[in-house]
Design a protein around this ligand. Structure first.
Ligand SMILES: Cc1cc2nc3c(=O)[nH]c(=O)nc-3n(C[C@H](O)[C@H](O)[C@H](O)COP(=O)(O)O)c2cc1C
Length: 208
């Protein structure tokens, strides 16, 4: 049985393109491997807190107060979900040329020294190995080619964050030009669904 961690980060609900695509991905994955265990984390509706003076020590320090201990417990829980997953699907809308702050806040809780990365004499080393990540992006404009490409601070950023914790088997599926009108939106969703159909059967095989 493989474990699939499904992470939403859109602040939108029904009309959200990334939510449509992530449900398609889960459906396809379950069709290919019905005994897949699906764990969901919805950062759009149930965000993790931003790091503040009150909770930082829970993630990057020694927790002592109630809030710091709660942050440590949440960080442990989120890292536990990551460790247990073979495949992680992240739905990442583009917000202001990067990721929603809800997703950024999640990374703040899972990038933890000694747990998901460590520093050695050779430099930083990611500690999460053998995992596959699919990132489903939804974007109002076009960034995969043309002049917009220079403003894509989403894909390179996510690749770097994931690589930093040891996850290098990362595939992006972009649904672009969502803001160009209903036809462009439908075409982008159809194109992304086609790519998902090709990817989903491989979820049950653990990454090398
Ligand atoms: C707060 C906010 C910021 C956005 N910033 C960008 C942006 O920088 N570039 C872009 O192409 N689209 C931008 N958009 C449009 C979204 O990327 C687009 O609507 C996408 O479909 C959102 O994903 P969702 O449908 O899953 O919610 C933004 C939308 C919102 C709500």
């Amino acid at each position: 049985m493989s474990n699939l961690l499904v992470i939403n980060s859109s602040a939108n609900t029904g009309a959200s393109v990334s939510r449509i695509l992530i449900e398609e991905t889960v459906d396809q994955a379950l069709k290919a491997a019905p005994n897949t265990k699906v764990v969901r984390r919805d950062l759009g509706s149930d965000p993790v807190p931003h790091l503040t003076t009150a909770n930082l020590a829970g993630v990057r320090g020694t927790p002592a107060t109630e809030e710091e201990l709660a942050a440590r417990a949440l960080s442990d829980e989120l890292i536990g979900e990551l460790r247990a997953a073979d495949t992680i699907v992240i739905a990442a809308p583009m917000y202001n040329f990067s990721v929603p702050t809800s997703l950024r806040a999640w990374f703040d809780f899972v990038l933890r020294a000694g747990e998901t990365f460590r520093y050695s004499e050779a430099g930083p080393e990611g500690l999460l190995k053998g995992k596959k990540v699919i990132v489903l992006t939804s974007r109002g404009g076009l960034y995969s080619e043309g002049p917009g490409a220079a403003a894509d601070f989403q894909e390179p950023y996510l690749r770097h964050l994931l690589g930093f914790i040891g996850i290098t088997d990362v595939t992006f599926v972009h649904a672009e030009k969502i803001g160009y009108g209903p036809e462009a939106r439908e075409a982008a969703i159809a194109g992304a669904k086609g790519e998902i159909a090709k990817l989903a059967p491989s979820f049950s095989t653990v990454a090398a």
